[in-house]
Design a binder for this molecule. Sequence first.
Ligand code: SAM
Length: 161
Amino acid sequence: MLGVIGFWDNANWLYELSVAEKKYLSFWRISAKAFGVDKLIMIDLDGRNPVCGDTEIEFEIYSTLEEALDAYPNANIVFLENETAVPDGISYENLNDFEHPSEDVIYIFGSDFSGLALQSLDNEYIEKGTVVNVEMPVNASYPWATVMMGIVLYDRWLQWR
Ligand SMILES: C[S@@+](CC[C@H](N)C(=O)[O-])C[C@H]1O[C@@H](n2cnc3c(N)ncnc32)[C@H](O)[C@@H]1O
């Protein structure tokens, strides 16, 4: 199983325009499908209940990241976060050196507005996974989560194709 978790959160500009909401979900689902993702999971922090409308990819919604992680206790978890947002005391690897798990893996991308907030997640969850930073050509740049998903899944594909 190849899974991706993203956050569906308080993007007010997005919520005011239903077309934009659909478009933004399509960034996730179409890009995920292109990399063979089986399962797209959204953390619906504001109870917006996003609709996927695509039968070619499994779609699940949870209210919190903890609930989603509890649903997949045996998956290999990869947290993506830029190094400046990784709290002190939590170790991370750079994507360049990272060996992607071969199967049963879920990649987690943080909110475009507030990141992954690893400091709020219980250590027991963090310790079960690996935190990965993507070194960028321009320091202190934090591309959107959907862009990072493409970079990370392409890197995975290069390793396992
Ligand atoms: C737009 S960023 C979040 C920016 C957030 N406002 C902050 O300042 O931390 C959205 C998500 O993309 C992913 N991301 C962005 N840049 C990354 C990087 N250099 N390495 C790994 N993940 C990254 C992370 O999952 C991050 O939570």
